[in-house]
Design a protein around this ligand. Structure first.
Ligand SMILES: [Zn+2]
Length: 277
């Protein structure tokens, strides 16, 4: 899980660009008189975004027909959105293809951080759009805030701690390896941020989703370790393995679940004894 940079350009310019690119003349005629209103609303969104208070946004309350027309502006495959995706997923290390809400799946949709069902006016606000996978998008749904607090990480704004907060516990029964994940704040991570990380992991069902695919990670890791052909891993081999994990953590985030799992496996004597079989 890593932070990403929001759209660098002016938000309302993006709105105008999308509206201009639409072929539907009736939609353009319908939305033309709303331009000033939308520009003001976009400014409010940007102010709340800058002051970390998106959870305090109040819906403008457009009619059902107005909402339908505003939502018509969004089309995942349209050029403006393809360009936006390219911008948002391009990092100094190349394209980031993984959904950062889960780091499990490839991104194939946009999450509207502030849901379009409640805020049709922000359907195409570029800072409201987050590249993600469809599973995370449906888990997030429209329930995104509670008591003026957001329930999901906004990876443009909520800066992830460098410290470890995800931990894995390994159990080996005969040759069957199982894992449990938990979150712990052992290093004074800001309590509000840690609480947000907890609600994000819980509501996205991340522990269950990690466990569903952890068997594959564990067996691949065991066969990588067996490739050293040493019943007890030498100091040098261990150094190589830890270097690989470190590089994975730099690329995928300090709390990347696969790296945390592998580090816990290295620490588990019963697991390391499996190298003898
Ligand atoms: Zn996801």
């Amino acid at each position: 899980m890593r932070n990403s940079k929001p759209h660098a350009g002016n938000s309302f310019d993006f709105y105008k660009k999308v509206l201009k690119s639409k072929r539907d003349k009736d939609l353009k005629i319908f939305l033309a008189p709303y331009a000033d209103d939308i520009e003001k609303l976009y400014k409010i969104y940007d102010d709340n975004f800058d002051s970390d208070s998106l959870a305090l946004l109040k819906s403008r309350g457009f009619s059902e027909n107005e909402c339908t027309n505003l939502k018509e502006l969004y089309k995942y495959s349209a050029k403006a959105f393809v360009d936006l995706r390219t911008e948002l997923t391009t990092t100094e290390n190349g394209r980031e293809v993984h959904c950062q809400y889960c780091t499990l799946s490839i991104t194939n949709t946009f999450d509207h951080f502030v849901p379009q069902e409640e805020f049709a006016e922000f359907t195409i606000h570029p800072r409201n759009l987050h590249c993600c996978c469809s599973q995370c998008n449906s888990k997030k749904s429209n329930f995104w805030r509670d008591n003026d607090k957001t329930l999901f990480l906004n990876l443009y704004k909520d800066i992830l701690p460098e410290d470890q907060y995800l931990f894995a516990t390994i159990k080996v029964d005969d040759k069957a390896v199982t894992v449990e994940f938990k979150l712990e704040n052992n290093t004074s991570i800001d309590t509000d941020l840690f609480a947000l990380i907890e609600t994000h992991y819980n509501k996205m069902g991340l522990f269950e989703r990690f466990i569903e695919v952890s068997d594959g990670v564990i067996s691949r890791f065991l066969s990588d370790l067996k490739a050293f052909d040493e019943p007890i891993l030498s100091v040098n081999s261990l150094k190589v393995v830890k270097k690989q994990i470190e590089s994975e953590r730099n690329a995928m985030g300090r709390n990347y679940w696969q790296s945390i799992l592998k580090l816990a496996l290295l620490e588990c004597k019963d697991f390391m004894n499996l190298l003898n079989f």
